[in-house]
Design a protein around this ligand. Sequence first.
Ligand code: ZN
Length: 68
Amino acid sequence: MDEVTVAPIQPYAARKTYLCPGCDGTIPPGTFHLVVVPDHAPDLRRHWHHGCWNKDLRRRFGADASLN
Ligand SMILES: [Zn+2]
């Protein structure tokens, strides 16, 4: 299992448009989102919509990982 570090990006800190790997959609500047950095490969950091990352977590780890 890959270890990742997930950090929130506040709207004021989101200055570029990013591509979300969860939905292949764009994250416009000024949008709260998450940056996910593999601990073993910091160069592979990806930006995710908050909702897409939570969906991906549930897909990978099942209902037990749900934050409901
Ligand atoms: Zn997305």
